[in-house]
Write a protein that binds this ligand. Structure first.
Ligand SMILES: [Zn+2]
Ligand SMILES: [Zn+2]
Length: 575
């Protein structure tokens, strides 16, 4: 049985790594070394640039120190003594960190071998309890994350109690690398990002665009079926709109510079909400027309630092699957329950069932009446409970304008992704002076809820590529089946069958190249085509195909009739 939590083990491993770095590079300066969700890191200022070979060396020293079972020795110093110690050791970053410790707090250190670290602890008793370690990568990192500060070198590593856990973790990293959507996006010709166009601006290639189109169609149909209306709104809007919404006061850093048209400043939209509100404001509204549920696949642009851009997961231009629900106070509970039910049903139909809710409540600084916050929170809590969702509450962690629920889903590798957000807004209805005429003939302020189900289509697509490892289910696959005629004399039969299947709406191609059947099969498998249909003399004679399914393996000979039914059935079931 492990005596220490994984966090303590990893944080201790970070100290151990620093001790090894100090042994290898005696002039190293140290910043901090915390544990993380799946390991630890430490930031160093070194005279030389670290290379992968150094990781091996550092790792070997760490293993040697683990075997020595060196104690972690705790001691406290006065502030003056601590300063003197750090000055003597020329540890300027540590001195800077020392200033973060409040006046009356005790100042503690841990000594492990020759390495002394300013640290609150706790730690393991001795290095022998650290378990198994592995150093993973080197990265650059600004001191305190600020670009004006010196760039430090960061080493990432991980530690586990047991060898088998480390092994499983490393395998997961390998698997994630194989599934990297940037790699698969290129191999499968799904999308690209061109520096000539600009960082963070995705180009959807025909196959990627095909998947997006199928998905958008599904999304629109589901919204209509669930009593939503759809809107289209422009990409730019006048500065006055963004002043009213407050974006120019609070969100300007994420917005692109304005363009001048006829003496007015226009901004590219970072959000769709103000446009939806203007649709609402286009005429007087009565309680009789509420609730309104308006959805849009709205493309927005936000500034992200170039350093954080990452394939489709972090981009500058993206299409939100946005919706706004505008309703009366009496309707809010039903509406929230509905929006959650709808979100969960979409995730379920996409095959994601491991879903967790995160509820964020009222922060100290907030707008909106306390009773409305209460009611909103109550409706969120109730909806989560009704669906039996596991829920974590972040007390005081909500936005200043309303409480929210986020839904996180787990992918095929067990990684958690934050996807759906259901967010109350007590700010915009006030700022835009939204109202409706109530049953009493008087004006009332409606409730407004923002909802993004998938978040953005770009990010969602990136996650889907990794989740399916590029092998999309039949209903989404850009090419659902490929016919492989064995020789030229089977072309006519193949093309005729292709025509029949295409008329049913199936996405199907015929590989008429003069390659061997073996290499055609290999190419089709690499392209992750769900169904491979081989046609030779025997198949032509019996009006059939020799069928290989990606999911079920070799199926054998199927007549065109049975094949048709099977494909349509799989598409319906979304498998
Ligand atoms: Zn420590
Ligand atoms: Zn919104």
């Amino acid at each position: 049985m492990a005596k220490y939590s994984i966090d303590i083990i990893r944080h201790s491993a970070a100290h151990l790594m620093a001790a090894a770095v100090q042994e290898l590079f005696p002039n190293a300066k140290f910043d901090i070394g915390p544990s993380t969700a799946d390991g630890f890191y430490y930031d160093f200022d070194l005279e030389q640039r670290l290379v992968p070979d150094d990781l091996k060396k550092i790792e070997n020293i760490m293993k040697k120190l683990i075997n020595k079972k060196l104690p972690f020795e705790y001691f406290e110093l006065s502030r003056d003594e601590a300063e003197k110690l750090l000055e003597d050791q020329n540890q300027s970053y540590k001195l800077d960190r020392l200033n973060d410790i409040p006046e009356d707090d005790k100042i503690s250190f841990y000594k492990c071998g020759e390495f002394v670290d300013l640290c609150r602890g706790p730690h393991v008793e001795h290095t022998g309890q650290i378990g198994v370690i592995k150093l993973l990568s080197i990265a650059g990192s600004y001191f305190r994350g600020k670009e004006s500060n010196p760039m430090l070198q960061r080493i990432y590593g991980t530690a586990f109690n047991e060898k088998k856990d480390l092994h499983a973790f490393l395998q997961q990293i390998e698997e994630a690398k194989k599934r990297d959507h940037r790699k698969l996006g290129k191999e499968l010709d799904l999308f690209s990002i061109s520096e000539k166009v600009g960082g963070g601006l995705a180009l959807w290639h025909p196959k990627g665009a095909m998947i997006r189109n199928i998905f958008e169609t599904f999304w629109r149909e589901e919204h209509y079926k669930n009593d939503y209306d759809l809107l289209f709104t422009p990409h730019i809007g006048r500065s006055g709109l963004w002043e009213t919404s407050g974006h120019l006061d609070f969100y300007k850093d994420a917005m692109y510079a304005p363009m001048e048209i006829d003496g007015n400043d226009y901004y590219v939209k970072p959000m769709n909400c103000p446009f939806h509100i203007e649709v609402y404001q286009s005429r007087l509204r009565s309680y009789r027309e509420l609730p309104l549920r308006w959805a849009e696949l709205g493309t927005v642009y936000r500034y992200e630092k170039s350093g954080v851009l990452h394939g489709l997961l972090r981009v500058r231009g993206f299409t939100q699957d946005d919706a706004h629900i505008i309703c009366t106070p009496e309707q809010i509970e039903t509406e929230i329950a509905e929006v959650l039910r709808f979100s969960l049903s979409i995730w379920k139909s996409l095959g994601f069932t491991d879903i967790k809710a995160y509820l964020a409540t009222r922060p100290v600084k907030s707008v909106g009446e306390p009773e409305r916050w209460e009611q909103a929170l109550h409706s969120l809590e109730k909806a989560v409970k009704e669906h039996g969702l596991e829920c974590e509450v972040d007390v005081g962690g909500g936005a200043f304008y309303g409480p929210k629920i986020d839904l996180k889903i787990k992918d095929a590798l067990g990684r958690e992704w934050q996807m759906t957000t259901i967010q109350f807004d007590f700010n915009l209805p006030e700022r835009f002076g939204m109202s409706y005429i109530g049953e009493d003939g008087r004006k009332h302020q409606p409730y407004m809820v923002h909802r993004a189900l998938l978040g953005s289509l770009e990010r969602f697509f990136g996650i889907l590529i990794e989740h399916y490892s590029g092998a999309f289910p039949l209903w989404l696959a850009p090419e659902q089946a490929r016919i492989l005629p064995i020789t030229e004399r089977h072309h006519e039969y193949a093309l005729k069958a292709q025509k029949t299947l295409k008329r049913l709406g199936l996405r199907i191609h015929t590989d008429c190249r003069s390659e061997t059947i073996g290499s055609k099969i290999k190419d089709a498998r690499n392209a992750r085509i769900p169904y491979i249909l081989v046609a030779g003399d025997r198949e032509v004679e019996s009006a059939a195909f020799s069928v290989r399914s990606r999911r079920e393996g070799q199926i054998g000979e199927l007549s065109l009739e049975i094949l048709k039914e099977k494909l349509l059935d799989d598409i319906n079931k979304k498998v």
